[in-house]
Design a protein around this ligand. Sequence first.
Ligand SMILES: Nc1ncnc2c1ncn2[C@@H]1O[C@H](COP(=O)(O)OP(=O)(O)OP(=O)(O)O)[C@@H](O)[C@H]1O
Ligand SMILES: CC(C)(CO)[C@@H](O)C(=O)[O-]
Ligand code: BAL
Length: 304
Amino acid sequence: MNDKEKQGATHKKETAAIKTIDDIRQMRKTAETLHAQGNTIAFVPTMGYLHEGHLSLMRKGRELADTLVASIFVNPAQFAPGEDYDAYPRDPERDAALAEQTGVDILFMPHKKDLYPEDYETYITQTHLPGHLCGRSRPTHFTGVMTIVAKLFHIVQPDYAVFGQKDYQQLAIIRKMARDLDFGIDIIGGPIVRESDGLAMSSRNKYLSPSQRQSALELYRGLEEAKKAVARGETKAAALIETVKKIISSAPETGIDYIAVCDPDTLADKKFIDRPALMALAVRVGETRLIDNIILYPQVDNPG
Ligand SMILES: Nc1ncnc2c1ncn2[C@@H]1O[C@H](COP(=O)(O)OP(=O)(O)OP(=O)(O)O)[C@@H](O)[C@H]1O
Ligand SMILES: CC(C)(CO)[C@@H](O)C(=O)[O-]
Ligand code: BAL
């Protein structure tokens, strides 16, 4: 194959028609056939209403394996009563077009009635990680996430699965679940994709009014100020949390759920930045709950 033909082949791969599957048995059978033919599978699970954050994970998946599968399913089990399950934004047609442009081979869009039939009663729990951060105010959330992700893993049978670091705790919990339950899947994290003004991309940003979106900018600004304070030599977690709290709470319509400095592996609270630490937060802006995080690196003393 000459260079031009190679380019053409690559192009063809990126724009080949996407296959949409909604049937669980058909998805499983397709995965089995792909493996039998010697193909590897990368998987990006989402709840849809795709944005650049999701697409960045799909590009990563595209590089990792022969076949890229993405799923769209708004999972009722991870929403508590009173949360935004019904209001969650949905646009399957636009999502399918974006996924196709991004090189997704198979878009799996299962139905709620098939994943959770009326007599469904099996749920996954984990002992430590879900008790921190978002788990404190959403105590059933991660059981719902682990349950759907495990089910999707069994159906799609990926070699790799890609998750965003925006949902840092989710990524840590799924890594642990995959290890504990011997899934044999490589769990890959992708960096947070932000709007040009710093706001972490999220499907829920759609809920924000223009003035609320302005307030939402303070989440990342607060995290950046904490980073600067660490660079100036601040090591106390309490002082850093206070800095971020002041910034966010002075913006209109904000309500802080938590601001935490914790160990990036165990998610247990840390008092000092003596090793790299995760600073994570969840804040309500109006009715919309947003999350964001950053890694704080301790200042290295100049030996000279
Ligand atoms: N800004 C982002 N950068 C990188 N990954 C992201 C970003 N936003 C979401 N993801 C990742 O995309 C995957 C699917 O997430 P999901 O569909 O819940 O999107 P979302 O935008 O986070 O929605 P939500 O409004 O529920 O926060 C998850 O692995 C999540 O971490
Ligand atoms: C991983 C996930 C698709 C499970 O529903 C969801 O929690 C999400 O979109 O982050
Ligand atoms: N990305 C997490 C989806 C949720 O908040 O339910």
